[in-house]
Design a protein around this ligand. Structure first.
Ligand code: SAM
Length: 381
């Protein structure tokens, strides 16, 4: 069914007139409203208009017979599936998409309105495909609703940065237009020989991607656009350099203005270890590393909840995430980690442990550390 232009179409159209340039792709063209608007601009050379619905394409074609409209060609395709990948690789300066973005209500999906069960699914598939077709300095004009979940997350995972161009309140929702540009980290990393980034995980402040450098897997951390943390990747890079000298943390490889690249550490997270002897062995190694950090007067933070911050592979134990690490005259890595261990001990051992931890916090001596290690050793079967 042809989508009759609505508030979202008219809001987007304003920005198409202002922003569309060069070679343009109008995804989900519907009535052809955006393709025609783009074609009218002297800044636009060509427009490829795509829709999954043949009826819409026929309608749009029929109503695009002005002289400007000769710039437009039409293609029937489910998103990028029929857009020839070789011919169009990194060719579009502007991609426009007013997608179906509402959550599905009934048994059958309205393809012009509903993006999937939750609403964001078509946007997710679109963003995964778009980077192959967009020029490195290209732009995407994307519409969605305040009812569409996860859009910010999807944008960041696909390595774009977003700028809000417009918002309009319509009945019970806000319709929003974003301008997406490739995250500058991508180009910076390209220049340093790091390629093939794939989303891996996210924390509160950053996203981690797995990439390749000189044929080897590397981890790439990029600060989230939504993060309010005042420190950038340079800070974590500096911390890693210091702790690496003591054999702590993943090996620092390089950093750029927006990205930190370090050794991709394979293994299991502390929280995935079930076997008691293994847990105790890992705890002893982490305790040692915490002691070294105390000596370096660096607070790693988060050592009371290290479940996701320690990776174990065979006998190697690597603490990760140094973005919150700080130089300090009163380090408390051992104390924090002792608290974590204490919380996981039975009552009998806990009392003794708390007394020893107190002893350590008073003099921070190697002797006090040894006493704690003895208790841990005795926990092994
Ligand atoms: C909300 S309408 C927008 C139409 C027009 N661009 C506008 O701004 O008024 C969404 C359009 O996307 C098309 N569409 C939905 N899923 C699609 C897909 N997977 N691939 C291509 N087009 C799709 C629909 O057929 C519909 O024409």
């Amino acid at each position: 069914m042809v989508y009759e232009p609505q508030e979202d179409s008219f809001l987007l159209k304003e920005f198409v007139a202002r922003y569309a340039r060069g070679n343009v792709l109008d995804m989900g063209t519907g009535s052809g409203i955006q393709a025609r608007e783009a074609a009218h601009s002297a800044k636009v050379s060509r427009v490829l208009a795509v829709d999954i619905d043949k009826g819409s394409l026929a309608y749009a074609k029929k109503h695009s017979n002005g002289k400007w409209h000769r710039k437009i060609s039409w293609l029937h395709s489910d998103l990028f599936s029929k857009v020839p990948p070789k011919k169009y690789a990194h060719t579009f300066d502007t991609i426009i998409f007013n997608p179906p973005y509402l959550p599905q209500e009934g048994r059958f999906r309205h393809i012009d309105l509903e993006g999937g069960k939750e609403g964001h699914e078509t946007i997710a598939r679109f963003l995964e495909g778009a980077s192959h077709y967009l020029k490195k300095d290209g732009q995407i004009l994307l519409v969605f609703s305040s009812l569409t979940p996860h859009v910010r997350e999807l944008v960041e995972k696909n390595l774009y940065v977003a700028e809000e161009l417009g918002k309009k309140h319509v009945f019970f929702e806000d319709v929003i237009v974003w301008l997406l540009r490739p995250n500058p980290a991508g180009a910076e990393l390209d220049g340093k020989g790091v390629c093939c980034l794939r989303y891996f995980a996210q924390g509160k402040r950053g996203l981690v991607f797995v990439g390749k450098r000189a044929g080897k897997a590397v981890a790439v951390k990029i600060k989230k656009q939504s993060s309010e943390s005042p420190t950038g990747v340079a800070h974590e890079a500096a911390m890693l350099r210091i702790v690496n000298k003591e054999g702590i943390g993943p090996k620092f490889i390089l950093s750029t203005e927006h990205a930190l690249v370090y050794e991709f550490v394979r293994g299991k997270l502390l929280r995935e270890i079930r076997e008691k002897n293994e847990l105790v062995g890992v705890a002893m190694k982490v305790l040692n590393q915490c002691f070294t950090l105390d000596r370096l007067q660096i607070n790693k933070q988060e050592m009371t909840r290290p479940w996701k911050h320690v990776i174990v592979k065979g006998s190697k134990v690597t603490m990760i995430d140094f973005e919150r690490a700080r130089k300090t005259s009163s380090p408390h890595n051992v104390t924090q980690f002792c608290q974590f261990i204490g919380n996981n001990l039975d009552r009998k051992h806990k009392k003794k442990w708390v007394a020893l931890a107190k002893g350590y916090s008073e003099d921070k001596s190697e002797m006090a550390l040894k006493k704690m290690q003895e208790v841990l050793r005795a926990l092994r079967n």
